[in-house]
Design a protein around this ligand. Structure first.
Ligand code: AKG
Ligand code: FE2
Length: 351
């Protein structure tokens, strides 16, 4: 995306370092690199991924996002995700609460495109999209979705083996043929006036699905590492994706894989005055899959669950119902009180 030269990420803010995992080494079956990936996934649940090979697709997706956000507001609003718990479509800024009090609203707008709609285009599986999305479905969005899925299957298969699960278990839970909540998301947060900046672009949350691949240009993403009580920024590194584990994979693994809480604040330092763009692909389980620890399939997972008697691993919820509940209760229109915020939560309050 051609744009202004962005000021560098400042050196005087607290950051949390993540391991940098080399996707080329992972693909080549390098055992040391797999062990480093495992370490990242089982401690903080976040890592950088280099050599992912998706730079062109990422750049095209940012163009798609810019074209979409440049549409007249009333055009974007025709595709708004609405208050029923559907994620696909456009999410206007200010649609979601960012805390239990419900006074503050999120400042980010985004366009979410379903993996099913992208791969089946021009068939409509879930919903229709703005013209700027349709015109890039085949040459931009589907290639991005395929690359992201390929990376995620490689990572899932490593986790599958490390968890001692029968071969293909995690891949089947995320079978590409089954309709799912998997989606691409391009996010825009408006530039802020330095003195007034304070609002949250996206409130604190854990991701709903299994794996997220994120591409950031400016700072703003923050994590609260396990055992800490303060937020730390995540420093964007050019051409490195930021990967993280979501709730579904954490639940499947009996909490061995960590789904860590994070949020998005205005970019730090001089970056605050710039528009912030980010791009994510969320791999989520098939809609029918029940979110629960796979205790019958792995002694390791069974043991992990036994060690955490206070934590609930039987959600009784399908992946589709889990997401619908959380999206629906995030919407400020649906708020009745702090209980609505509580109902939008995932695994973060159980660890
Ligand atoms: O924009 C970012 O850096 C993170 C976005 C995020 O956490 C999300 O959309 O779930
Ligand atoms: Fe997130």
């Amino acid at each position: 995306m051609p744009g202004p030269t962005l000021p560098p990420f400042p050196d005087d803010v607290r950051t949390h370092p993540f391991l940098i995992i080399d996707y080329e080494l992972i693909k080549a079956g390098d055992k040391d690199e797999e062990n480093r990936l495992w370490k990242a996934a089982t401690t903080i649940g976040f890592w950088y991924l280099k050599n992912h090979g998706a730079d062109q697709e990422v750049s095209d997706m940012f163009d798609m996002g810019a074209e979409t956000m440049a549409l007249p507001c009333e055009e974007r609003m025709k595709f708004e995700q609405g208050d029923e718990g559907q994620s696909f479509g456009y999410k206007k800024a200010g649609a979601n609460a960012v805390d239990a009090a419900g006074k503050n609203l999120d400042t980010a707008e985004y366009i979410n495109i379903s993996k099913d709609d992208a791969l089946a285009y021009s068939q409509v599986v879930h919903r229709t999209y703005p013209s700027t999305v349709n015109s890039r479905m085949e040459n931009t969005i589907a290639p991005f979705v395929r690359k992201a899925l390929a990376v995620n299957y490689v990572l899932l298969n490593i986790f599958n083996e490390k968890l001692g699960l029968p071969q293909g278990t995690l891949e089947r839970l995320h079978a590409v043929e089954e309709h799912s909540g998997s989606e691409a998301r391009c996010i825009r947060n408006p530039p802020q006036v330095k003195e007034a900046a304070g609002g949250l672009a996206i409130g604190a949350h854990t991701d709903f699905g299994s794996l997220t691949l994120l591409h950031n240009r400016l700072g703003g993403l923050q994590v609260m590492p396990p055992g800490h009580d303060e937020w730390s920024f995540v420093r964007p590194i050019p051409e490195h994706a930021i990967c993280n584990i979501g709730d579904a994979l954490s639940l499947f693994s009996g909490g061995i894989l960590q789904s860590n809480i994070h949020r998005v604040v205005p970019p730090p330092g001089a970056q605050v005055e710039y528009e912030r763009w980010s791009l994510a692909f969320f791999t989520r389980p098939g809609n029918s899959k029940i979110l629960r620890a796979l205790i019958e399939s792995s002694p390791l997972i069974a043991e992990a669950v036994k060690q955490q008697p206070d934590r609930k691993f039987e959600t009784g919820s399908t992946a589709a119902a889990w997401s619908t509940r959380r999206f629906k209760n995030s919407r400020i229109h649906n708020r009745t009180g702090p209980e609505t915020w509580a109902a939008s939560r995932g695994t973060e309050h159980t660890v």
